[in-house]
Structure formats: C-alpha cells, structure tokens
Design a protein around this ligand. Structure first.
Ligand code: S3P
Length: 424
C-alpha cells in the first residue's frame, strides 16, 4: 500500500451493523416463537458463523443481504446437530451459543479456527458446569469442546471478569434454569443481551452490575433494526481526528453507554466530536457522529471505562501515537485473550512504525508525537489490528505492507472501499 500524508478524508458514511447485536438477533430469534426479521444485519464472517451454527441446530434462516429472517422454533425447538458447530473466528458465537446449548438435552461439539483454539473457555465452563452442564475438552480449556446440556439449576454467578460473553452465556442458560439466575460482574460490560432479551419478552432485570433472569419465558419473534457498529465507526473517528483537514459524518451509530467509551476517551484527548439526531432504535440508543480533525493530547484510560471500549483499544493506541504527551491504558489484561494478544501486537507494530509504546501486564503506555513511518504490519489475522494499522499507515510517511488485509471481513467486509469513498 502506498501511503503519504497528502490525503484528507471528508464526507458521510454509514458503517455496517453492530456485530454484537447481529449475533444476538440470530440467537434470540432462533429460540423465540415465530419469524424474527433483522435489518442492517452485519454480513461479517463472525455473524455468518452464528447463522451456520443455528442452521445446524435445525433453524431455518434466510440471509438476504442486509436482511436476515430467522424462523424461530421456541425455547425447546433446537435439534441435535449431526455435525461439529464451526464457530470460525468468533468468540461471541462460541461463548453465547454455549449458554443456549447448556439448556439442551443433547450433546454439541464446537470448534473454530487457530485463534479460537487458543482463547480461554474455562470462563464459561465454570458457571455453566455449576448450573449442571457437562463439558469435555482437552486440558487447554479451549476449543474444540463438547457440551452436554439439560436440567439446569439456577445460580448467582459472581464473575471474576467483566465479560459480556460470560454474562450472556449464564443469562441464556438461565432461560432453562429452575429458578432466577443472577450474574454479578466486577464492572458493567455491554448490556445488549439484557436489552434484547427484554425486547423478546423475557423477565429480566438489571440493578447495578447484577442482571437477573427468570426461566422459561415465552419469547416472541421481533423486528430488529441493527444500529451501525461503534467498534467499526471507531476507525473513522480516529481517521477524521488524526488527519488534518478532515471532516466525517458517520451516520446511524449505536451509542449504548456500555459501548461508547471511545467517545468519552476521544473527548478527554481533545477531540471535536458532535452527536446529532440522537434517537432510540430497537431498544438501543443511536446517533450520527460528526468528527472534525483535532489536536489530541494524552490521557489515562482505566477501571470501569475499560469494558466500554475494550475492542477499540488498538485504534485508541493509534490515536495516542498522534497525540501530544503520554497515554496510559491500564486494567485491560483482557486484551491478551482477544483475537490476538493485542497488548503485544499493538506494541510490536506501533514500535515498528517508529512509535514509542511500552507494553505492560494490563495495558500499555504510548508516548505520542513520534512521527510514524511505513512498516511491515503483522496482523495475526486479527481484524481490529488490520484496520487500526491501516488507519495509522494512511497517516504515516512512506509505504506500509500488511501480511494479511483480508481478515477485516470478520467484522467489516467493506472497510477498504468505505475509506476510498472519503479519500480526497
Ligand atoms: C462481545 C463482548 C466482548 C468483546 C467482543 C464482543 C459481545 O468480549 O470484546 O468483541 O458481543 O458480547 P468479552 O465479553 O470477552 O469481554
């Protein structure tokens, strides 16, 4: 890729549908009664993995481009799969579907790609086993594994980590429990599962960091319009902010407060961001975001903020490299077990470009203001690394090369085309 500093980025775009919400729409649609219609459904590889898993569980799903129709068969309508459920690269598919499979009276085997085979699954085995599901897995505690469900007990699970995937797995299993299941997290993680379950008619309440669900609801099919993914918008927020002379309007972005930490962090760094046309769509807050190029300065990102921007830390690190002064990111040890070890991989690539990053056990310190130059980027097939460093490369001097650019298809198949449209 040839990059120079000559481009500016101006115009409007809509980013694709939210990945977390698209997954959940398929899953809840599958166990609801009737046909759920999902519009602006994300056609990313991860969400297609969720569709294919539920098809193997006997659910008819029509994927018609940005619309998906899920012909739900009710809470007890899934059929035993005759093949391995292939979750591809998707941690969300693996962990959330396990919550549902924990309540089924048949065994299912899950497997995925090389990255999934390294990601920790004991975090869901522990609570789901306490509820009565049985797991068979190699010592690694990673995929592949087999889950035998049925006859679940209710629990109050005090999760040691703030993970929406763990919380969601337990709440989904709680649909099949024998009493009210509760999950308490150390810090609130994204709450799309709770919101969508309520929309489908489940009896679910949230108080602080505890969510509680009553079993055996009658879930009714819904029409869901998926907002644009703030995690995808994040690349354009960064691009607009760090490229002098740029102005980008990103339309229809989900701004759920459990997801919108990138906005707070960017504003703390001096970003000029304006939220327009704030509204509610399918139970989720949505807005258009106007981004104007800004002089950024360093900040500290930590504690309860972390789950609200966990997937955006690679691109925040890029913003930090273009900011004055140091940015410290801490309490983010979860970065090590994402699609790649994002502490190591962000540090390696940013330092290769001439940045100054010190990796830490639970985050990193980025000294801003060191001019970036082109480099060879190792993505480790991690979509968020590829996209973050593409944004960095567009603002670096000289050429950058990537070992793999196609992995963006996991969450944002049209990423490169959308950048082209704004480029002037
Ligand atoms: C997700 C939750 C987060 C996030 C992931 C999607 C979800 O993972 O990083 O990309 O849709 O529930 P954790 O729950 O493991 O933090």
């Amino acid at each position: 890729m040839e990059t120079t500093r000559k481009h500016i980025f101006r115009g409007e775009l809509s980013v694709p549908g939210d990945k977390s919400i698209s997954h959940r729409g398929i899953m809840l649609g599958a166990i609801a009664n009737g046909t759920t219609e999902i519009t602006n459904f994300l056609q990313g590889a991860d969400c297609l993995s969720t569709i294919s898993c539920f098809q193997k569980l006997g659910i008819a799903i029509e994927n018609k481009g940005s619309q998906a129709l899920v012909h739900g068969r009710g809470l007890h309508g899934l059929a035993a799969p005759s093949q391995v459920l292939d979750v591809g690269n998707s941690g969300t598919t693996t962990r959330l579907i396990s919550g549902i499979l924990a309540g089924q009276p048949f065994p299912s085997t899950l497997d995925g790609d090389a990255s999934i085979r390294r990601r920790p699954m004991k975090r869901i085995f522990t609570p789901l086993s306490a509820m009565g599901a049985h797991f068979q897995c190699q010592d690694s505690g990673c995929a592949p594994f087999t889950i035998q469900g049925g006859n679940l007990r209710h629990i109050h699970y005090r999760s040691p980590i703030a993970s929406a995937q763990v919380k969601s797995a337990v709440l989904l299993a709680g649909l099949y429990g024998d009493g009210i299941t509760r999950v308490t997290e150390p810090v609130l993680s994204r709450n799309h599962t709770e919101r969508m379950l309520a929309g489908f008619g489940a009896d679910i309440t949230s108080e602080g960091t505890t969510a509680s669900i009553r079993p055996e609801p009658k879930l009714e099919a819904q029409s869901i319009h998926v907002p644009g993914d703030i995690s995808s918008a994040a690349y354009f927020i960064a691009l607009g902010l760090i490229t002098p002379g740029s102005e980008i309007l990103i339309q229809n972005v989900g701004i759920n407060p459990t997801r919108s930490g990138i906005l707070t962090a960017a504003v703390a760094m001096g970003a000029e961001l304006t939220l327009l046309n704030e509204r509610n769509v399918s139970g989720e807050p949505v807005a258009d975001i106007l981004v104007t190029s800004s002089s950024l300065h360093g900040t500290v990102i930590e504690g309860a903020q972390i789950p609200t921007l966990i997937d955006e830390i690679p691109i925040i690190a890029i913003m930090a490299a273009f900011a004055e002064g140091a940015t410290t990111i801490k309490d983010a040890q979860e970065l090590k077990v994402k699609e790649s070890d994002r502490i190591a991989v962000v540090s390696e690539n940013l330092n290769a470009m001439g940045g100054k990053v010190t990796p830490m056990e639970d985050g990193m310190i980025i000294e801003g203001g060191y001019p970036l130059h082109g480099a060879h980027i190792r993505t480790f097939q991690d979509h968020r690394i590829a996209m973050s460093f593409y944004i960095a490369a567009l603002n670096a001097d000289g050429e950058s090369t990537f070992d793999d650019r196609s992995c963006v298809a996991v969450s944002y198949p049209s990423f490169y085309q959308d950048i082209e449209v704004l480029m002037q």
